[in-house]
Design a protein around this ligand. Structure first.
Ligand code: HEM
Length: 478
């Protein structure tokens, strides 16, 4: 039986690898052009896919694939994994060229599963003018001013979530995940935080999310297949919301409404440039959910973990929040202007994102030949920018393993801190993420203390780096 399972896994992986090979346009380029780059392309057709896949379950995470090869070949190396010729590189120069490179030089490089689940009109799959247009449409509702109307919802939800914490074993990652999903569900489409609709939304979302790092096999029972089906159910939910809004039966002041009123195409004859078809609306709502959920969940969890591991930082942070509370004259509750004036908290957020480097690399696909630091890149190759090394460069961040928010007392050099990325693809959800984290942390440090139940620094086998044990703690009032 055991042998059978091993064989089955090998067959699945081989199919995956081969399908990836033929699905990728990069298979047409010849490895000869890569001769000048150190590294190994592994076995014919399969490349280094087995090591890549097995490093997903390494305790230090998928990044161990990069680390091991950097030790062998240096900071720039080539590989062939999951059907793609890939060059890993790092440094500020590479960061500048890849993230701000002239228009059309690179595009975002999603895994095949992500491409299929998110749909062709997703922001993550567009480039050039189409990408710029989509970014413009989502910029206003995600701006600081646009987010003001969600402040009360987020604040109340943070208080209610934390009220449930004392006296039990709390898995911080699970709680952060529920919190951030309720926030984004409410913000985008006014979903109530409890009830049947929220439950369905959550169940579908979880299936979609776990299909991203799955094998691209659309067979019954596979994670990919379940993800596609959950995506279809989610789209059916969006469809009924969109038609409800259009018929005037329901009206909400949310993200969906603002896109429908200002930017949706009303019929085939409506060919206005700045308008979206229903398909574009749905693909991009899902994109925001997917791009914003795991990242914010991971950031909040690492933030709470790093605080406990660094008592001096916790003390200074708590001081900032207790002072805010003490200076409050009338209302007992946090206000919008207070949440926008938390300078030390902002530095702790940056240091959390530097140290944890939630997205360990940014992946791009070369749309033309170009050169970085003397390394010739050919059209069709994947180029992965290793952000972990940039965030741990001792010349920019001395003693990089130390958790030290004072690094951000002065602005850091351009292209050396990439917590939210940089250039035209810089995270559009930065204000929302900071808002959620600042509100949640305010109530946590003002009212509670927490003790971890395990010492374990392993990370989950996902592309977004999160604590594997979900960071279990017990919580008491201060
Ligand atoms: C702490 C939480 C977050 C972190 C650390 C984070 C990080 C990032 C990073 C590093 C990128 C750039 C990736 C690249 O260049 O390849 C990015 C892009 C993106 N983020 Fe975030 N993000 C967070 C929260 C959010 C939220 C809340 C949303 C949505 C509401 C969001 C939506 C997006 C989208 C749509 C993109 C793609 C932008 C594009 O391709 O133009 N993110 N994020």
């Amino acid at each position: 039986m055991e042998l059978f399972s091993i064989l089955l896994i090998m067959v699945i992986v081989a199919t995956f690898v081969l399908s990836g090979f033929f699905l990728s346009s990069s298979w047409t380029t010849t490895p000869k052009t890569m001769e000048h780059i150190p590294g190994s392309l592994g076995w014919p057709a399969v490349g280094e896919s087995f090591s890549f896949i097995s490093d997903f379950s390494n305790p230090s995470g998928i990044y161990s694939f990069v680390k091991e090869r950097q030790q062998r070949y240096g900071k720039v190396f080539k590989t062939f994994a999951l059907g793609r010729y890939t060059v890993f590189m790092t440094g500020r120069e590479a960061s500048k060229i890849l993230l701000t490179g002239k228009d059309g030089m690179v595009s975002l490089n999603l895994f095949y599963t992500g491409q299929q689940v998110l749909g062709p009109t997703s922001l993550l799959q567009t480039s050039g003018e189409a990408h710029k247009r989509l970014r413009r449409l989502i910029a206003e509702p995600l701006s600081v001013d646009g987010l003001k109307k969600y402040f009360q919802f987020i604040n109340t939800l943070a208080i209610e979530t934390l009220d449930q914490w004392p006296g039990r074993r709390v898995l911080v990652l699970e709680e952060a995940s529920t919190f951030t999903l309720k926030v984004i569900g409410n913000m985008i489409m006014s979903l109530e935080p409890t009830g049947e609709e929220q439950e369905k939304f959550r169940a579908n979302f979880k299936l979609i999310s776990s299909s991203f790092a799955s094998l691209p096999l659309k067979l019954p029972g596979t994670a990919f297949n379940r993800g596609i089906k959950a995506r279809d159910r989610m789209y059916a939910m969006f469809n009924s919301m969109i038609s409800g809004r259009r018929s005037g039966k329901s009206f909400q002041q949310d993200f969906l409404e603002s896109l429908i009123i200002k930017h949706s195409k009303t019929g085939d004859t409506d060919d206005t440039e700045d308008k979206l078809t229903d398909k574009q609306l749905k693909d991009n709502i899902l994109t925001l959910l997917v791009a914003g959920h795991d990242t914010t969940t991971a950031a909040l969890t690492w933030f709470i973990k790093f605080l406990e591991e660094n008592p001096a930082v916790l003390e200074q942070l708590r001081k900032e929040h207790l002072e805010i509370q003490a200076n409050r004259k009338d209302s007992a509750n946090l206000t919008w202007s207070e949440v926008n004036n938390m300078p030390y908290t902002a530095k702790v957020i940056s240091e959390t994102l530097r140290k944890a480097t939630i997205l360990p690399w940014f992946s791009r696909k070369a749309a033309e030949d170009f050169e970085i630091n003397g390394c010739k890149i050919k059209k069709g190759w994947s180029v992965n920018l290793d952000v972990v090394s940039i965030h741990h460069d001792p010349e920019i961040f001395p003693n990089p393993e130390k958790f030290d928010p004072s690094r951000f007392d002065a602005p850091v050099k351009p292209f050396s801190f990439l917590g939210f990325g940089s250039g035209p693809r810089m995270c559009p959800g930065i204000n929302l993420a900071k808002l959620e984290i600042s509100i949640f942390i305010h109530h946590l440090v003002c009212k509670y203390k927490w003790t971890p139940l395990e010492k374990d620094d392993s990370v989950q086998p996902t592309l977004v780096r999160m604590p594997k044990n979900k960071y279990p703690v017990v919580v008491e009032p201060l």
